[in-house]
Design a protein around this ligand. Structure first.
Ligand code: PLP
Length: 382
Protein backbone atom coordinates (compact mmCIF):
# COMPACT_ATOMS: atom_id res chain seq x y z
CA UNK A 1 0.00 0.00 0.00
CA UNK A 2 1.35 3.43 -0.83
CA UNK A 3 0.90 6.66 1.07
CA UNK A 4 -0.02 8.39 -2.20
CA UNK A 5 1.00 11.80 -0.92
CA UNK A 6 1.05 14.51 -3.57
CA UNK A 7 4.35 16.36 -3.68
CA UNK A 8 2.69 19.43 -5.11
CA UNK A 9 -0.96 20.29 -5.19
CA UNK A 10 -3.36 22.83 -6.59
CA UNK A 11 -3.13 25.17 -3.58
CA UNK A 12 0.63 25.49 -3.85
CA UNK A 13 3.36 24.34 -1.54
CA UNK A 14 4.33 20.73 -1.05
CA UNK A 15 5.65 18.28 1.48
CA UNK A 16 8.46 20.61 2.60
CA UNK A 17 6.03 23.51 3.19
CA UNK A 18 4.72 23.63 6.76
CA UNK A 19 1.46 25.34 5.82
CA UNK A 20 0.85 22.63 3.22
CA UNK A 21 1.42 20.08 5.98
CA UNK A 22 -1.20 21.75 8.17
CA UNK A 23 -3.70 22.08 5.31
CA UNK A 24 -3.27 18.42 4.42
CA UNK A 25 -3.54 16.90 7.84
CA UNK A 26 -5.06 13.44 7.88
CA UNK A 27 -8.11 13.55 10.13
CA UNK A 28 -10.83 11.06 9.20
CA UNK A 29 -11.32 7.34 9.35
CA UNK A 30 -11.62 7.28 5.56
CA UNK A 31 -8.30 9.08 5.06
CA UNK A 32 -6.47 6.92 7.59
CA UNK A 33 -8.12 3.71 6.42
CA UNK A 34 -7.06 4.47 2.85
CA UNK A 35 -3.43 4.57 3.96
CA UNK A 36 -3.16 1.61 6.31
CA UNK A 37 -5.13 -1.45 7.41
CA UNK A 38 -7.00 -0.41 10.57
CA UNK A 39 -7.41 -2.78 13.49
CA UNK A 40 -10.91 -3.26 14.93
CA UNK A 41 -9.87 -1.19 17.96
CA UNK A 42 -8.64 1.67 15.80
CA UNK A 43 -11.69 1.46 13.61
CA UNK A 44 -13.99 1.77 16.64
CA UNK A 45 -11.86 4.60 18.05
CA UNK A 46 -12.10 6.53 14.81
CA UNK A 47 -15.86 5.93 14.61
CA UNK A 48 -16.26 7.40 18.07
CA UNK A 49 -13.94 10.37 17.54
CA UNK A 50 -16.17 12.96 15.83
CA UNK A 51 -17.47 15.32 18.49
CA UNK A 52 -15.55 13.45 21.24
CA UNK A 53 -11.89 14.05 20.61
CA UNK A 54 -9.77 15.54 17.87
CA UNK A 55 -7.76 13.48 15.41
CA UNK A 56 -5.20 15.09 13.10
CA UNK A 57 -1.83 13.92 11.81
CA UNK A 58 0.52 15.86 9.56
CA UNK A 59 1.46 13.94 6.39
CA UNK A 60 5.06 14.14 7.60
CA UNK A 61 4.36 12.47 10.96
CA UNK A 62 1.99 10.00 9.29
CA UNK A 63 4.83 8.95 6.98
CA UNK A 64 6.73 7.67 10.05
CA UNK A 65 3.99 5.14 10.86
CA UNK A 66 4.74 1.48 10.36
CA UNK A 67 1.63 0.61 8.41
CA UNK A 68 1.88 -3.11 9.07
CA UNK A 69 2.32 -2.81 12.84
CA UNK A 70 -0.47 -1.63 15.15
CA UNK A 71 2.11 -1.49 17.98
CA UNK A 72 4.13 1.15 16.11
CA UNK A 73 4.99 3.88 18.65
CA UNK A 74 4.18 6.68 16.20
CA UNK A 75 0.86 5.11 15.27
CA UNK A 76 -0.13 4.61 18.92
CA UNK A 77 0.37 8.31 19.58
CA UNK A 78 -1.97 9.52 16.85
CA UNK A 79 -4.57 6.90 15.92
CA UNK A 80 -7.26 6.60 18.59
CA UNK A 81 -8.35 3.24 19.86
CA UNK A 82 -11.71 2.26 21.36
CA UNK A 83 -10.12 2.36 24.80
CA UNK A 84 -10.15 6.16 24.67
CA UNK A 85 -13.83 5.90 25.51
CA UNK A 86 -13.03 4.14 28.79
CA UNK A 87 -12.67 6.22 31.92
CA UNK A 88 -11.12 4.74 35.02
CA UNK A 89 -11.98 5.86 38.54
CA UNK A 90 -9.83 8.88 39.27
CA UNK A 91 -9.66 10.04 35.65
CA UNK A 92 -10.35 13.75 35.27
CA UNK A 93 -11.40 15.95 32.36
CA UNK A 94 -9.09 18.69 33.75
CA UNK A 95 -6.40 16.46 35.31
CA UNK A 96 -4.14 19.30 36.48
CA UNK A 97 -6.89 21.54 37.88
CA UNK A 98 -5.81 24.19 35.43
CA UNK A 99 -9.24 25.71 35.06
CA UNK A 100 -9.35 26.50 38.77
CA UNK A 101 -5.89 28.12 38.74
CA UNK A 102 -6.75 30.54 35.97
CA UNK A 103 -6.75 34.20 37.01
CA UNK A 104 -7.27 35.34 33.39
CA UNK A 105 -8.28 33.55 30.20
CA UNK A 106 -5.26 31.67 28.90
CA UNK A 107 -3.21 32.01 32.11
CA UNK A 108 -2.43 29.18 34.51
CA UNK A 109 -0.54 30.44 37.52
CA UNK A 110 0.25 27.69 39.98
CA UNK A 111 3.82 28.35 41.13
CA UNK A 112 5.14 31.53 42.75
CA UNK A 113 7.50 32.78 40.04
CA UNK A 114 6.23 31.36 36.74
CA UNK A 115 3.07 30.84 34.77
CA UNK A 116 1.68 29.28 31.61
CA UNK A 117 0.25 31.34 28.79
CA UNK A 118 -1.95 29.27 26.50
CA UNK A 119 -1.76 31.16 23.23
CA UNK A 120 -4.03 29.00 21.08
CA UNK A 121 -5.72 25.63 21.13
CA UNK A 122 -4.47 24.26 17.83
CA UNK A 123 -1.72 21.64 17.55
CA UNK A 124 -0.06 20.25 14.44
CA UNK A 125 -1.13 16.77 15.51
CA UNK A 126 -3.39 15.62 18.31
CA UNK A 127 -1.64 13.25 20.68
CA UNK A 128 -3.73 10.41 22.05
CA UNK A 129 -2.22 11.06 25.50
CA UNK A 130 -2.95 14.80 25.54
CA UNK A 131 -3.73 16.19 29.00
CA UNK A 132 -5.49 19.22 27.52
CA UNK A 133 -7.94 17.21 25.47
CA UNK A 134 -10.73 19.27 26.97
CA UNK A 135 -9.34 22.42 25.29
CA UNK A 136 -8.21 21.07 21.97
CA UNK A 137 -11.46 19.13 21.48
CA UNK A 138 -13.30 22.28 20.41
CA UNK A 139 -13.08 24.34 17.27
CA UNK A 140 -9.50 25.42 16.73
CA UNK A 141 -8.90 29.05 17.56
CA UNK A 142 -6.09 31.30 18.66
CA UNK A 143 -6.61 33.26 21.86
CA UNK A 144 -8.52 36.42 20.93
CA UNK A 145 -6.65 39.70 20.92
CA UNK A 146 -8.66 40.97 23.86
CA UNK A 147 -8.08 37.77 25.89
CA UNK A 148 -4.38 37.96 25.06
CA UNK A 149 -4.28 41.60 26.14
CA UNK A 150 -5.91 40.66 29.45
CA UNK A 151 -3.52 37.75 29.95
CA UNK A 152 -0.55 40.05 29.32
CA UNK A 153 -2.06 42.59 31.72
CA UNK A 154 -2.19 39.93 34.41
CA UNK A 155 1.52 39.21 33.87
CA UNK A 156 2.33 42.94 33.81
CA UNK A 157 0.69 43.55 37.17
CA UNK A 158 2.17 40.41 38.77
CA UNK A 159 5.84 41.23 39.35
CA UNK A 160 6.49 37.86 40.99
CA UNK A 161 6.30 36.23 37.52
CA UNK A 162 9.83 36.00 36.16
CA UNK A 163 9.32 33.06 33.79
CA UNK A 164 6.49 32.70 31.27
CA UNK A 165 5.87 29.47 29.37
CA UNK A 166 4.01 29.96 26.13
CA UNK A 167 2.08 26.79 25.45
CA UNK A 168 -1.28 25.80 24.08
CA UNK A 169 -2.01 24.24 21.71
CA UNK A 170 1.25 24.57 19.89
CA UNK A 171 2.62 28.13 19.68
CA UNK A 172 4.91 27.27 16.76
CA UNK A 173 1.87 26.62 14.58
CA UNK A 174 1.15 30.37 14.75
CA UNK A 175 2.48 32.55 11.98
CA UNK A 176 5.88 34.00 12.78
CA UNK A 177 4.43 37.52 12.99
CA UNK A 178 1.62 36.50 15.36
CA UNK A 179 4.04 34.61 17.59
CA UNK A 180 6.39 37.57 17.54
CA UNK A 181 3.62 39.85 18.83
CA UNK A 182 3.25 37.59 21.87
CA UNK A 183 6.95 37.07 22.53
CA UNK A 184 7.72 40.78 22.06
CA UNK A 185 4.91 41.79 24.41
CA UNK A 186 6.32 39.47 27.08
CA UNK A 187 9.87 40.70 26.53
CA UNK A 188 8.66 44.27 27.04
CA UNK A 189 7.64 43.40 30.61
CA UNK A 190 10.66 44.21 32.77
CA UNK A 191 10.13 41.52 35.41
CA UNK A 192 9.77 38.71 32.84
CA UNK A 193 13.32 37.38 32.88
CA UNK A 194 12.94 34.33 30.68
CA UNK A 195 10.46 33.16 28.08
CA UNK A 196 9.89 29.49 27.36
CA UNK A 197 7.98 27.95 24.47
CA UNK A 198 6.53 24.45 24.69
CA UNK A 199 6.14 22.89 21.26
CA UNK A 200 5.88 19.55 19.52
CA UNK A 201 6.61 21.15 16.16
CA UNK A 202 10.23 19.90 15.90
CA UNK A 203 8.82 16.37 16.22
CA UNK A 204 5.69 16.50 14.09
CA UNK A 205 6.19 19.46 11.73
CA UNK A 206 9.96 20.01 11.57
CA UNK A 207 9.78 21.99 8.31
CA UNK A 208 8.12 24.77 10.34
CA UNK A 209 11.51 25.51 11.90
CA UNK A 210 12.62 27.80 9.10
CA UNK A 211 15.10 30.67 8.88
CA UNK A 212 12.38 33.27 9.39
CA UNK A 213 11.25 31.66 12.67
CA UNK A 214 14.81 31.27 14.01
CA UNK A 215 15.76 34.85 13.08
CA UNK A 216 12.70 36.13 14.91
CA UNK A 217 13.16 34.02 18.06
CA UNK A 218 16.83 34.88 18.49
CA UNK A 219 15.95 38.54 18.98
CA UNK A 220 14.21 37.68 22.26
CA UNK A 221 16.83 35.85 24.29
CA UNK A 222 16.93 34.43 26.89
CA UNK A 223 14.36 32.20 25.24
CA UNK A 224 14.10 28.47 25.85
CA UNK A 225 12.20 25.80 23.94
CA UNK A 226 10.99 22.55 25.41
CA UNK A 227 9.91 19.98 22.89
CA UNK A 228 8.27 16.57 23.18
CA UNK A 229 9.96 13.54 21.66
CA UNK A 230 8.64 10.23 22.95
CA UNK A 231 10.47 7.66 20.83
CA UNK A 232 13.80 7.52 18.96
CA UNK A 233 11.86 6.69 15.76
CA UNK A 234 10.77 10.35 15.81
CA UNK A 235 14.39 11.54 15.54
CA UNK A 236 14.45 11.59 11.75
CA UNK A 237 16.99 13.62 9.76
CA UNK A 238 14.35 16.37 9.38
CA UNK A 239 13.57 16.45 13.10
CA UNK A 240 17.26 16.47 13.98
CA UNK A 241 17.84 19.34 11.55
CA UNK A 242 15.02 21.33 13.16
CA UNK A 243 16.63 20.91 16.59
CA UNK A 244 20.07 21.84 15.24
CA UNK A 245 18.65 24.96 13.66
CA UNK A 246 17.03 26.12 16.88
CA UNK A 247 20.21 25.35 18.81
CA UNK A 248 22.23 27.30 16.24
CA UNK A 249 19.91 30.25 16.93
CA UNK A 250 21.20 30.07 20.51
CA UNK A 251 18.03 28.57 21.94
CA UNK A 252 18.64 26.09 24.76
CA UNK A 253 16.49 23.04 24.05
CA UNK A 254 14.87 20.71 26.54
CA UNK A 255 12.66 17.71 26.04
CA UNK A 256 9.61 16.54 27.95
CA UNK A 257 8.77 12.89 27.35
CA UNK A 258 5.54 11.31 28.47
CA UNK A 259 5.98 7.75 29.66
CA UNK A 260 3.51 5.81 27.55
CA UNK A 261 2.63 2.17 28.05
CA UNK A 262 3.67 0.11 25.05
CA UNK A 263 5.15 3.14 23.28
CA UNK A 264 8.28 3.95 25.25
CA UNK A 265 7.92 1.98 28.51
CA UNK A 266 11.20 0.19 27.87
CA UNK A 267 14.68 0.95 29.18
CA UNK A 268 16.23 0.28 25.75
CA UNK A 269 13.96 2.80 24.10
CA UNK A 270 14.47 5.47 26.75
CA UNK A 271 18.26 5.09 26.73
CA UNK A 272 18.31 5.41 22.97
CA UNK A 273 15.91 8.35 22.97
CA UNK A 274 17.72 10.33 25.65
CA UNK A 275 21.24 9.76 24.34
CA UNK A 276 20.19 10.56 20.77
CA UNK A 277 18.50 13.76 21.97
CA UNK A 278 21.80 14.89 23.49
CA UNK A 279 23.46 14.42 20.10
CA UNK A 280 20.95 16.91 18.70
CA UNK A 281 21.75 19.30 21.57
CA UNK A 282 18.41 18.65 23.26
CA UNK A 283 18.63 18.09 27.00
CA UNK A 284 16.14 15.59 28.43
CA UNK A 285 14.28 17.58 31.10
CA UNK A 286 11.20 15.74 32.32
CA UNK A 287 9.87 12.20 32.00
CA UNK A 288 6.23 12.40 33.01
CA UNK A 289 4.11 9.68 34.49
CA UNK A 290 0.88 9.94 32.50
CA UNK A 291 -1.57 12.56 33.74
CA UNK A 292 -4.96 11.21 34.79
CA UNK A 293 -6.67 12.70 31.74
CA UNK A 294 -9.95 10.98 30.93
CA UNK A 295 -9.60 8.46 28.11
CA UNK A 296 -5.83 7.98 28.47
CA UNK A 297 -5.57 5.28 31.15
CA UNK A 298 -4.62 2.62 28.58
CA UNK A 299 -1.45 4.62 27.85
CA UNK A 300 -0.34 5.02 31.45
CA UNK A 301 2.15 2.84 33.34
CA UNK A 302 2.32 2.19 37.05
CA UNK A 303 4.57 4.39 39.15
CA UNK A 304 6.67 1.30 39.89
CA UNK A 305 7.35 0.95 36.16
CA UNK A 306 8.47 4.58 35.91
CA UNK A 307 10.82 4.19 38.86
CA UNK A 308 12.23 0.87 37.62
CA UNK A 309 12.97 2.45 34.24
CA UNK A 310 14.81 5.36 35.90
CA UNK A 311 16.88 2.81 37.82
CA UNK A 312 18.01 1.42 34.48
CA UNK A 313 19.22 4.83 33.31
CA UNK A 314 21.17 6.35 36.17
CA UNK A 315 24.83 5.33 36.02
CA UNK A 316 24.50 3.63 32.64
CA UNK A 317 24.19 6.72 30.44
CA UNK A 318 25.45 10.30 30.76
CA UNK A 319 23.90 12.20 33.60
CA UNK A 320 23.06 14.89 31.04
CA UNK A 321 20.79 12.39 29.29
CA UNK A 322 18.73 11.68 32.40
CA UNK A 323 15.49 13.61 32.92
CA UNK A 324 13.62 14.06 36.17
CA UNK A 325 10.79 11.57 36.55
CA UNK A 326 7.80 13.61 37.69
CA UNK A 327 4.14 13.22 38.44
CA UNK A 328 2.11 16.30 37.66
CA UNK A 329 -0.31 15.67 40.49
CA UNK A 330 -4.08 15.63 40.02
CA UNK A 331 -6.05 18.73 40.82
CA UNK A 332 -3.26 21.24 40.36
CA UNK A 333 -1.10 20.28 43.33
CA UNK A 334 1.96 20.69 41.14
CA UNK A 335 4.79 18.54 39.87
CA UNK A 336 6.40 16.08 42.24
CA UNK A 337 9.76 14.50 41.36
CA UNK A 338 10.03 10.81 42.16
CA UNK A 339 12.72 8.22 41.58
CA UNK A 340 14.47 5.14 42.83
CA UNK A 341 15.41 5.49 46.47
CA UNK A 342 19.17 5.23 46.79
CA UNK A 343 19.15 5.74 50.56
CA UNK A 344 19.43 2.52 52.53
CA UNK A 345 20.05 3.99 56.01
CA UNK A 346 20.41 7.52 57.36
CA UNK A 347 22.22 8.43 60.56
CA UNK A 348 23.86 11.51 62.10
CA UNK A 349 27.36 10.13 61.39
CA UNK A 350 26.81 8.51 58.01
CA UNK A 351 24.29 7.68 55.35
CA UNK A 352 24.34 4.35 53.56
CA UNK A 353 23.62 4.54 49.84
CA UNK A 354 23.04 2.06 47.05
CA UNK A 355 24.97 2.75 43.81
CA UNK A 356 23.71 1.99 40.32
CA UNK A 357 25.18 -1.52 40.43
CA UNK A 358 23.34 -2.26 43.65
CA UNK A 359 26.47 -2.03 45.82
CA UNK A 360 26.24 -0.36 49.23
CA UNK A 361 28.50 2.52 50.16
CA UNK A 362 28.74 4.84 53.20
CA UNK A 363 28.88 8.61 53.05
CA UNK A 364 30.32 9.99 56.31
CA UNK A 365 28.77 13.18 57.63
CA UNK A 366 30.63 16.19 59.08
CA UNK A 367 30.42 16.61 62.83
CA UNK A 368 29.53 20.28 62.49
CA UNK A 369 26.07 20.52 60.88
CA UNK A 370 25.80 24.31 60.76
CA UNK A 371 25.33 25.33 57.08
CA UNK A 372 25.27 29.11 57.44
CA UNK A 373 26.92 31.12 54.62
CA UNK A 374 28.43 34.08 56.37
CA UNK A 375 28.82 36.11 53.15
CA UNK A 376 25.09 35.96 52.31
CA UNK A 377 24.22 39.08 54.23
CA UNK A 378 26.96 41.02 52.50
CA UNK A 379 26.02 39.71 49.05
CA UNK A 380 22.27 40.10 49.36
CA UNK A 381 22.20 42.94 51.90
CA UNK A 382 20.97 42.33 55.38
C1 PLP B 1 4.85 22.58 34.52
C2 PLP B 1 4.35 23.91 34.83
C3 PLP B 1 5.23 24.99 34.97
C4 PLP B 1 6.72 24.87 34.77
O1 PLP B 1 7.29 24.04 35.69
P1 PLP B 1 8.87 23.84 35.69
O2 PLP B 1 9.06 22.78 36.71
O3 PLP B 1 9.46 25.16 36.07
O4 PLP B 1 9.28 23.44 34.32
C5 PLP B 1 4.70 26.20 35.30
N1 PLP B 1 3.38 26.37 35.48
C6 PLP B 1 2.52 25.36 35.35
C7 PLP B 1 1.08 25.62 35.56
C8 PLP B 1 2.98 24.09 35.01
O5 PLP B 1 2.11 23.09 34.87
Amino acid sequence: MSLALPVLDEDGGGFEDWRWQLRHRITTKEEIGARLPLTDEESAGLDAAPGQFRVAVTPYYFSLIDREQPACPVRMQVIPRARELVNEPGDLVDPLGEDSHSPATGIFHRYPDRCLLLALDRCAIYCRHCNRRRLVGREESPITRSDLEQALDYIRRTPAIRDVLISGGDPLTLSTSRLEEIVAALRAIPHVEIVRIGSRVPVVLPMRVDDELCAMLKKYHPLYINTHFNHPKELTPRARAACEKLADAGIPLGNQTVLLRGVNSSARVLRKLFTELLRCRVRPYYLFQGDVAAGTSHLRTSVETGIALMQELRGYISGLAIPHLVIDTPGGMGKVAIGPDAVVARGPDKWTLRNYEGKLVDYPQPADKDATCAYDEIYFGA
